[in-house]
Structure formats: structure tokens, C-alpha cells
Ligand binder design. Structure first.
Ligand SMILES: Nc1ccn([C@H]2C[C@H](O)[C@@H](COP(=O)(O)OP(=O)(O)OP(=O)(O)O)O2)c(=O)n1
Length: 148
């Protein structure tokens, strides 16, 4: 059991502790979405790749990377939270592919002039209004299926 504390992360290896209860998990506080936007902008500028990174191309690149994430899960059947049966190498591959999706998503948002962190706050506020916890607790019905 090791503890990845250096980044402020509280992730630990394995999903369940000795008592069989799920361990606490949280992301590291850094980098922020703005950090990621800036780092990817530098990467793109240094290679003179902005001419390729129009919104539609970024969207297609992102969807391609989503496909690569799906490939890692393909034919595995249901996978338990924490991926207890995956090798370290499979986990690292997944970390790479999820990062590719995020990098393209952040750049797509930038090129579409969507301030993504603030947009997420607005959308989550809408989600809470649409799905009041008191009304939908324990049910996965879509909001259109509720009678009142
Ligand atoms: N025109 C490009 C090409 C790559 N990248 C960056 C963003 C992604 O994080 C990563 C994608 O690289 P690849 O297209 O080589 O894809 P993979 O890393 O998934 O490699 P593979 O397709 O071999 O699995 O590199 C980019 O910004 N712009």
C-alpha cells in the first residue's frame, strides 16, 4: 500500500481497504483546467499546429480518443469501481487515453470560446434544478418521465 501524497492527492493503490470499505479518492488540486489550456496552447504553438486545430478537427480528434478509451473496456464485461483486476500497465494506458480526451476537450472549448470551468458550474446548477435530490433519490428515470 502506497500513498501518493506528493501532489496533494489522496489516491491510494487499490479501491478497497482491509475492511472492505471503499477508500477515499480525490484528484490532485493541480493542474487546473486553465493550466491545461495554457500548456496545450504552448505545445500547439511550438509546433505550428494551430492551423490544424480548428474546432471540427479537435472534435474528431477527441471522439477518436474516446474510442481508444472504449477499446480498453471492450470485451471485458462489467468492470468494478477502482478496476481491481486491471494491471498497472492497463491503468496507465487508461490514464493516457483519458488525458488525451481531456486535452482535446479543453482545447475544443478554448477554440469555441467556452469558459469551461464556469460553464460546468452553470450546467451543474441546472442539473440540480432539473433533478431535485428529494424527488429523484435512488431513481435513474429521465426528467421527462416524472409525472409532476
Ligand atoms: N495534431 C496533434 C497530435 C497530437 N496531439 C497531442 C494531443 C493528444 O494528447 C496526443 C495525441 O497523440 P496521438 O494522435 O499520437 O494519439 P495517441 O497518443 O493516442 O497515440 P495512438 O493513436 O498511437 O494510441 O498528442 C495534438 O495536440 N495535436
Amino acid at each position: 500500500l502506497f500513498n501518493m501524497k506528493e501532489n496533494g492527492a489522496v489516491a491510494q493503490s487499490g479501491f478497497r481497504g482491509a475492511e472492505g470499505r471503499p477508500r477515499r479518492f480525490a484528484f490532485s488540486p493541480e493542474p487546473s483546467m486553465e493550466d491545461i489550456r495554457r500548456m496545450q496552447a504552448e505545445f500547439t504553438d511550438e509546433r505550428d499546429w494551430n492551423k490544424f486545430h480548428q474546432p471540427r478537427n479537435l472534435l474528431l480528434a477527441m471522439v477518436g480518443e474516446v474510442g481508444e478509451v472504449a477499446e480498453l473496456f471492450q470485451w471485458k464485461g462489467e468492470v468494478a469501481e477502482g478496476l481491481p483486476d486491471w494491471t498497472e500497465s492497463d491503468r496507465e494506458q487508461l490514464a493516457h487515453e483519458l488525458s488525451d480526451v481531456l486535452i482535446y476537450l479543453v482545447e475544443l472549448a478554448e477554440k469555441c470560446r467556452v469558459d469551461l470551468p464556469q460553464a460546468v458550474l452553470r450546467k451543474m446548477a441546472l442539473n440540480r434544478l432539473k433533478y431535485p435530490a428529494s424527488k429523484v433519490h435512488g431513481s435513474a428515470k429521465k426528467y421527462t418521465e416524472y409525472k409532476d
